[in-house]
Design a protein around this ligand. Structure first.
Ligand code: PEP
Ligand code: MG
Length: 877
């Protein structure tokens, strides 16, 4: 098998085999851009390495030798030769980009002899030894797993001895001394010396990169980003070019557009006289790319020109690494750039306007989970007072939380239900679990392309970085800003859009629709066939839903109208009533309240259907908890003041709570079972609906009520309750008005038996709405309220289930019931309307499935409507 490909042999289509970086290096080489020569070891080689029990196959070693020979010819240098030494970089390159997660070694090929050759060749002794000490450190760190602080301590001491601040001011002799110390440290820590044989260096480095596929941070990153573990990584071996040979050298990263805002300008950072990792690692804070235009105008023009060429070639915003060696520009990498949600949307829309992409291609590009982020949060500016510092606006959105200074604490506190903001001098890939657990992150060092910035943008978390006016001291758990010392646990607010760090808990504001989002949604609406409805329980939510483009209300949970402080006591009266008369009295008080809610909703949704579900939860949910009542009673018994009347009342309440107690309330007296046993409750709700309809029709609105019966499991349940609806409608509206109120009666399908007997049930239903929360609960037999915390997380961690079935619809099981019900229902009644209103209605994968099986609509929370509109369009493309 061919396991090694020269850059001139591959192309962009070979991503699975060469990894993203390798495929793109090959593509750039083919396009004639200046890329230092090199070769890629395939992902397949990585698999065989692990298959052979972590050993490099003989055949691979042979192919690597041949590739090195070719590289020697191409570069005119010799690997391990003391007079014209060839140096290479060894970098990971997975199929899906995982920035900073895996390992890299630079300057490989240096040893005690070749370093002298490099010094002579470049006429720069200081430079050569600087390269060598970097190699020994990276090698020790990556290959032998020696913690960086061992080396950093030594470097720190050297700089103190030489009385210099910056690395580039250390003398050649200083570096030579440091190298000896590094080598000693390496021998002590690793138990073996730094290898002088350059081929051994290469083999160990390739192995280390393979192994880094399975390091902790890479595993966590894959899990978050749903990257399959079996992909493996490729390794790129490339001849070195040097950005650190003097002031006519440099290195940097550019994005072809601003990755935070999407603005169409070259964006990026660079450092003069520095080597690759210095920019990304955030050790020195780099210069904005615009100053390169002044410092090296020709290089800037060449860079800008090639960047645009690359963007056109890939039809997407590119993230490009470059190095300037003695006035000559080289490209080291290009890839589709990570970007904020806002930028993603703007770029996708702009690329259509610039005629680079079609509308459908552009729609396909939208990562719907990112839209969530767009539709949230800015600061309530009026409340902003104490701005502690302004750093770089690295990832937009506002976040509020309590300050923590290390990733583990972030995880611990967030597990305990606290919101946290992670503050670090800089972040490294080791902090990734902390980033994930926090609301946002702030760093004092590093630029817009530093690790914290890149990762936060990818996760959609607000981030402020390079906040140099503050000191973040993790050892003391304190953030220092001038005189102010802010300790762990203090509330802090970040604004990732402006870079502000603000003391205290500032109220956040929901985001508004942007021009770009509106355009994208319009394109989506032109394409999609699936309708998008909202789950909304009150006029305010209905209004928001309509603004976001809801085509109707798919679920109004009427019990949510019962929970306000004014209404709850009346609802309790209704439940506690000893006689039907008492219950009717309480219901009469509730009627006008419900009516006014419905009027508000009908007005907001003028001309669109409003699906109202009759009361669903078990009644005990409206009563106080038994333990609380018991405690109150105990207190009363000891309280001399009490006449006994209150005690009597409490005891009655406790008896009632006891009588409503059920062992399995979710399988108990709820849903339509309530309406059957206490028809007066549903009677009141139906009357309120039609009275409201009547009034709003009189105001000139078009009202389309759809009355929905929950938890039906037997056709007779629906039959009886449908008759009730028709009778009340007739009574309230009268025959004439009924004609102006084209109401429907339908049922939720959320009990498996309902799905199985859909043929009988459809005879009495105008529509089916799949309540996939309960349907999932009852199909799996998993309690929707407990499963996640008890065993489901374990199941998902151990890959027993591909997803949490309460988030992503289980198409194999629950889906079968849905498909069966749709087919059976439509056979009986062609006009039967089908939709879904469980949580799955706002989940991308589930929406794709709903489209596939021919549902008419999905219904989801108002804020997810834009996401659902785009996902519904993507499902058609
Ligand atoms: C459902 O069960 O899917 C549903 C929408 O109803 P609820 O979540 O109110 O039980
Ligand atoms: Mg339900």
């Amino acid at each position: 098998t061919k396991r090694v490909f020269s850059f001139s042999e591959g192309n962009a289509g070979m991503k699975d085999l060469l990894g993203g970086k390798g495929a793109n290096l090959a593509e750039m080489t083919r396009a004639g851009l200046p890329v230092p020569p090199g070769f890629t070891i395939t992902t397949e080689a990585c698999h065989s390495y692990f298959r052979m029990g972590s050993r490099l196959p003989e055949e691979l070693l042979h192919q690597m030798d041949m590739a090195m020979d070719q590289l020697e010819v191409e570069s005119g240098r010799q690997f391990g030769d003391p007079t014209t030494p060839l140096l290479v970089s060894v970098r990971s390159g997975s199929v899906t980009s995982m920035p900073g997660m895996m390992d890299t070694i630079l300057n490989l090929g240096l040893n005690d002899e070749t370093v002298a050759g490099l010094a002579a060749l470049t006429n720069n002794e200081r430079f050569a030894y600087d390269c060598y000490r970097r190699l020994v450190q990276m090698f020790g760190n990556v290959v032998f797993g020696i913690e960086s602080y061992h080396f950093e301590q030594l470097l720190h001491r050297l700089k103190a001895e030489e009385k210099v601040q910056q690395d580039q001011d250390v003398s050649a002799q200083g570096w030579q001394r440091l190298i000896e110390q590094y080598k000693k440290c390496l021998t002590e820590e690793a138990g073996r010396p730094f290898p002088q044989d350059v081929r051994e260096q290469l083999h160990l480095a390739v192995e280390a990169v393979f192994k880094s596929w399975n390091n902790h941070r890479a595993q966590v990153y894959r899990k978050i980003n749903r990257i399959p573990d079996h992909q493996g990584t490729a390794v790129n071996v490339q001849s070195m070019v040097f950005g650190n040979m003097g002031n006519d050298c440099g290195t940097g990263v550019v994005f072809t557009r601003n990755p935070s805002t999407g603005e169409n300008v070259l964006f990026g950072e660079y450092l003069i006289n520095a080597q690759g990792e210095d920019v990304v690692a955030g050790i020195r804070t780099p210069m904005a790319i615009t100053s390169l235009q002044i410092e090296m105008p020709e290089i800037y023009d060449q860079l800008a020109h090639s960047a645009q060429k690359l963007e056109r070639h890939y039809k997407d915003m590119q993230d490009i690494e470059f190095t300037v060696e003695k006035g000559k520009l080289f490209f080291l990498q290009t890839r589709n750039g990570k970007r904020s949600a806002q930028a993603a949307l703007k770029i996708a829309v702009d690329l259509v306007q610039e005629q680079i992409l079609s509308k459908t291609e552009s729609l396909k590009r939208i990562e719907v989970s990112h839209l969530d982020q767009l539709l949230h949060r800015g600061l309530d500016e009026a409340a902003v007072q104490q701005v502690v510092a302004v750093g770089l606006p690295a990832s937009p959105g506002a976040a509020v939380g309590q300050l923590v200074f290390d990733a583990d604490t972030a995880v611990e506190w967030s597990k305990a239900g606290r919101q946290v903001i992670l503050a670090r001098p800089e972040t490294t890939p080791e902090d990734i679990h902390g980033l994930l657990a926090s609301e946002g992150v702030v760093t004092s060092r590093g630029g817009l392309t530093s690790h914290a910035a890149v990762v936060a943008r990818g996760m959609g978390k607000p981030c402020v970085c390079g906040c140099e006016s503050i000191l973040i001291i993790p050892e003391e758990k304190v953030l220092v800003s001038g005189e102010r010392r802010i300790a762990e646990g203090a509330w802090i607010t970040l604004d990732g859009a402006s870079g502000r760090v603000i003391e205290g808990k500032i109220p956040l504001k929901e985001a508004e629709m942007t021009e770009e989002l509106t355009a994208m949604l319009r394109w989506a609406d032109d394409v999609r066939t699936l309708q998008v409805f909202a789950n909304a329980d009150n006029p305010h939510d209905a209004k928001i839903a309509r603004q976001f483009g809801a085509q109707g209300i798919g679920l109004c949970r009427t019990e949510h109208m019962f929970f306000s402080p004014v209404r709850l006591p009346i609802v309790q009266q209704m439940i506690l009533a000893d006689s039907k008369e008492d219950r009717l009295r309480a219901l009469q008080k509730l009627l006008p309240m419900q009516q006014s809610d419905f009027e508000g909703m009908f007005r907001e949704m003028d001309g669109l259907p409003v699906t109202i579900r009759l009361l669903d939860p078990p009644l005990h949910e409206f009563l106080p908890k038994r333990e609380e009542l018991q405690q109150k009673l105990t207190r009363l018994i000891y309280d001399e003041q009490d006449s006994g009347k209150e005690q009597l009342e409490l005891r009655r309440l406790i008896r009632k709570v006891d009588s409503l107690h059920e062992v399995n309330p979710m399988l108990g007296h709820r849903g339509c079972r309530l309406g059957i046993v206490y028809p007066e409750i549903y009677d009141m709700q139906i009357e309120a609906i039609f009275r409201a309809a009547s009034r709003v029709i009189d105001e000139g609105c078009s009202v389309i009520p759809e009355i929905m019966i929950p938890l039906v499991g037997h056709t007779n349940e629906l039959k009886i309750l449908r008759e009730l609806v028709d009778t009340v409608a007739e009574q309230v509206l009268g025959t004439a008005k009924k004609r102006n109120c084209p109401y429907k009666v339908g049922t939720m399908i959320e009990v498996p038996r309902a799905a199985l007997t859909a043929r009988q049930i459809a005879a009495h239903a105008d529509f089916f709405s799949f309540g996939t929360n309960d349907l999932t609960q009852m199909t799996f037999g998993y309690s929707r309220d407990d499963a996640e915390n008890k065993f489901l997380a374990h199941y998902i961690d151990h890959k027993l289930l591909p997803h949490n079935p309460f988030q992503v619809l289980d198409t194999d099981g629950v889906g079968q019931l849905i498909e069966l019900a749709i087919t059976a229902g439509k056979n009986v009644k062609r006009s039967l309307k089908n939709g879904i209103c469980g949580e799955h209605g706002g989940d991308k994968d589930s929406i794709f499935y709903c489209h596939q099986i021919g549902l008419d609509y999905v219904s989801c929370s108002p804020y997810r409507i834009p996401l659902a509109r785009i996902a519904a369009a993507q499902a058609c493309i």
